[in-house]
Design a protein. Sequence first.
Length: 202
Amino acid sequence: MNTREKMWSEIRPTGRSADEYFKDLDISVEFLEGKKILDIGSGLNRFARDLKKHNLDIVSVDAFYALTPEQREEVFDELTPNNFKTLKKDLDRITRPQKDSELVGGMAESLPFMSETFDVVLAEFSLPNHAETFEQVRDFLFEVARVLKPKGEARIYPMRFRKMHELGPDIEQKINGVFNELRKMGFGVSVIGDGLLNLSKL
């Protein structure tokens, strides 16, 4: 199994709803209106679909979008025919010319955007939740900080790790070190509730 196959076998794209985003990230349509928004790890892009009627300026980035339509279907080849039939509608929505948002193929730890591009960055069950190394988490957080405009804000949930045992016993200490570096760079950093990270460019 090559690296790409391993990644998709472990982390299949999902379609989390706008309501899930609102609850987990503590946001609302009013918070998003008039802002340029980046949705990291957007998967089947249901968030943008649910909010399409509000005409929000959303850019959705996911490595999944870099795959061909055929490769995207192969990611889900273990599903039963009935389950795949339902999923096929979602796959068709991110393939057709008229999409629910701008789709960009890219990795969260190396975002393909200019610095200071977005007012809001959202990451719902993306990184750091699926991180395999500390470096991946660190690069992700610095990339989020880089693409935020002045007075921009990022909401990242959950600030937890599925592969905690692989990241090492000192991962929390290392992450706190990254937070301190970001604070020195002029960012506000706070983790609230059950793992919601707020990162703001002061």
